[in-house]
Design a binder for this molecule. Structure first.
Ligand code: ZN
Length: 305
């Protein structure tokens, strides 16, 4: 099973294509997160989209895509770092009633106040400032929202296709590149610029092809008549930086009294990471250790203060 970003360049250098396939990375992400199928699929599409957008960036840091909703979904967030580690989460409203086949508009933009936000966050210590772009959630699906965003923010014609289920989150991006074109060494650029042709061909792609065909087959099925240069693929993975130690720090901040009160009512404290849902458990013994001064901890014994 592949978790990969693939990049291709058309022979005249006027169009680029990218495919994203999230398989085990996506399944790992869903391990502790359980959503209605339509929400899960939308989140998968957002995850695939984040990889496609990050694939175009020269940023040392993270790209964060957020869909802020006014409907059953309050928030969807996906983060993709520049080394292509991703994590994704959705927050539903407590009283949310979700139709099985609800679409983007009814899930996130019920009252027309939904917003789509793109954040570029340079690594801490960088001189660069974070960037934030906000557009209304306009479009019949997430791909259209993104296309609108790209058109407005980057002034680049972009076609995006996204599909996700419980096993995969896949996507295809096609982008018109600025310039008058040239020819990649060893290829003959056709006389007609590639963009219109490429766009028409890509529009024939079906949802189940996006979900079932491995990237090379998908690209071949769509663009077999075209001369394409394939670039080095990028491996993708799921990663959330939550750790037991971070949860311990949070519990310490609650204070000993609070923790003891909780433990008088229940056998253990269970905390789930609010991003990936991973559960962390602290029983009475674990909790007591939280409040042992660090000078009494075994590893600190030889430290002079
Ligand atoms: Zn986590």
């Amino acid at each position: 099973m592949t978790d990969q970003l693939n990049k291709y360049l058309f022979a005249d250098q006027l169009t680029r294509a990218q495919t994203v396939e999230l398989n085990s990375a996506w399944q790992t992400g869903l391990e502790h997160q359980h959503y209605p199928a339509c929400v899960r699929n939308l989140l998968g599409e957002l995850a695939a989209a984040a990889v496609l957008l990050a694939g175009n960036l020269k940023l040392d840091g993270s790209l964060v895509l957020q869909a802020q909703g006014d409907g059953p979904i309050a928030l969807m967030v996906v983060e993709c770092t520049s080394d292509f580690k991703i994590r994704a989460t959705a927050t539903l409203r407590e009283d949310a009633v979700i139709d099985e086949d609800a679409d983007l508009q009814s899930l996130l933009n019920t009252y027309d106040n939904g917003r789509f936000i793109v954040v570029l966050e340079p690594k801490s210590g960088s001189d660069l400032k974070p960037y934030q772009g906000i557009v209304p959630l306009q479009g019949k699906n997430l791909a259209e929202v993104l296309e609108n965003y790209m058109k407005h923010s980057e002034q680049l014609d972009t076609k995006i296709f996204l599909a996700a289920n419980g096993e995969k989150a896949n996507g295809l991006l096609l982008q018109r590149l600025p310039g008058t074109g040239g020819s990649i060494e060893g290829t003959d650029a056709p006389e007609e610029p590639s963009w219109d042709r490429a766009k028409q061909l890509a529009e024939t792609v079906k949802n189940d092809e996006l979900l079932t065909l491995p990237a090379p087959e998908l690209i071949h099925r769509l663009f077999w008549q075209e001369d394409l240069l394939q670039l080095e693929p990028t491996t993708l993975s799921w990663h959330c930086p939550c750790t037991r130690e971070r949860v311990a720090d949070m519990l310490r901040m609650l204070g000993r009294e609070e923790i003891e009160t909780i433990l008088s009512e229940q056998e253990r404290i269970e905390v789930a990471c609010n991003f990936c849902g991973k559960p962390y458990q602290f029983d009475a013994v674990d909790s007591a250790q939280l409040f042992i001064p660090s000078s009494d901890q075994p590893e600190a014994k030889n430290t002079l203060h």
